[in-house]
Design a protein around this ligand. Structure first.
Ligand code: ADP
Ligand code: MG
Length: 381
């Protein structure tokens, strides 16, 4: 049973806000390589109940962890013992750094049905949500695009994760029934209809494997790509790896160390898969879309090496079901979630079979979710 806002803060809340989770349809691990990505916001949310508290402290509570944190608004620093509040505190710090005047305390109570740490980007959700709350409560007029930029900066610099802009952008800019095609080289974007013919739908599946070492592995991949870029810039006039094409691969192979070559190959081919996927999605051609998801997953497994037993089992048992046209990991990987294109009328059987087969191998029960594509961060009351 959840505690009430009143029982924690002794006063009633004034407003309610929500921000969604996200999936990425295609374009994985290329948002920090200047690539095109295609995420969408999904109907799992962090919600926040908020009031101004007339003090110089921010008071933060999450249903995820039954502890009230009280922090001064000045001299905010990252501290291990601040736990999850390093995300909202980092967001306040980042806005203050940009000159925004946040000089009055807030009470914020967060609840969530996004599985935290599962690759659906609960961290970016928490950051975008907090940024939006601060913008609304203090009339800062921060645009949805700038929310994404500030939230990314906060996750990069305060929380020390070298992520790209995709998650924060998907969660702030999300639109019902649309995917967002983001060019991460210049952060321009356009909305694309998610069209699926013949009664197919997108299913989200969590491996429910506790993730370990995700941040360090993620930062390692970012470094490997940077090594590849620096080496190739001696031969090519490029600003990022996604300016190269698969026609360049034979020459690139000669220039790079074999491990770095595999990482670069994933990046270049994945960016091209995004273009192909968009062409197929225009016509709702689910068969080819499914095939491209499989190719992306293969590349993430063999060349980028960010999957592992749990993701590989979940994608392969999904593909083996006749109702499934394709599956791939979504998000950072190393555990976390997959997406699959599945015939809607067969979802019950698909769910039953996938759960059983995944459990047989891993002894973990996966979660299988049918989600809607929804709007980004907003005030709801
Ligand atoms: P992901 O973004 O894929 O969900 P991360 O490891 O990047 O995984 O972020 C998960 C972290 O975000 C949690 O460990 C916690 O610190 C924070 N977090 C997510 N959801 C909540 C929540 N509802 N309440 C408090 N903290 C949360
Ligand atoms: Mg995250």
């Amino acid at each position: 049973m959840l505690k009430s806002f009143q029982s924690i803060f002794k006063e009633e809340y004034q407003s309610i806000y929500q921000a969604p989770a996200r999936i990425n349809l295609i374009g994985e691990h290329i948002d920090y390589n200047g690539g095109k990505v295609l995420p969408a916001a999904i109907s799992l949310y962090i919600k926040a109940w908020v009031r101004k508290n007339n003090t110089k402290n921010v008071r933060l509570y999450s249903s995820l962890n039954d502890h009230l944190y009280i922090c001064p608004l000045t001299n905010i620093e990252y501290k291990e013992e601040q736990g999850w509040t390093n995300y909202p505190l980092g967001m306040i710090y980042t806005l203050q750094k940009h000159g925004y005047n946040i000089n009055e305390g807030l009470d914020i109570y967060y609840t969530s049905n996004i599985p935290a740490g599962s690759g659906l980007s609960s961290s970016a959700c928490l950051l975008d949500l907090t940024c939006f709350i601060l913008s609304e409560e203090f009339n800062l007029n921060i645009s949805k695009k700038d929310i994404a930029i500030f939230a990314k900066e906060s996750e990069n610099d305060f929380n020390n994760l070298s992520c790209g802009i995709m998650d924060q952008a998907a969660i702030s800019l999300g639109k019902e029934k649309k995917a967002i095609l983001i060019d991460t080289a210049n952060f321009s974007y356009e909305y694309k209809d998610i069209k699926l013919n013949d009664g197919y739908t997108i299913v989200v599946m969590s491996t429910n494997k506790p993730r370990k070492l995700t941040e360090s592995k993620y930062n390692e991949r970012v470094k490997e790509c940077n090594i590849g870029l620096k080496t190739l810039q001696k031969e090519y006039k490029i600003n990022n790896l996604c300016e190269l094409s698969s026609n360049d691969l034979p020459k690139i192979k000669e220039l790079l160390d074999p491990l770095i070559y595999k990482r670069v190959k994933h990046v270049i081919t994945e960016n091209e898969r995004v273009y192909r996927f968009i062409e197929e999605m225009k016509d709702g051609n689910v068969y080819n879309m499914g095939q491209i998801l499989n190719e992306s997953d293969e590349s993430l497994r063999c060349d980028y090496e960010v999957t592992g037993l749990h993701l590989d089992t979940l994608t392969s048992v999904s593909r083996n079901h006749p109702a499934c046209l394709g599956a791939r990991m979504t998000g950072a990987g190393f555990g976390g979630c997959c997406i699959a294109i599945v015939k809607e009328k067969d979802i019950k059987d698909f769910t039953k079979v996938v759960k059983r087969k995944y459990y047989e191998v891993t002894k973990i029960k996966p979660s299988i979710m049918q989600v809607e594509i929804v709007d980004g961060v907003k005030k709801i009351a």
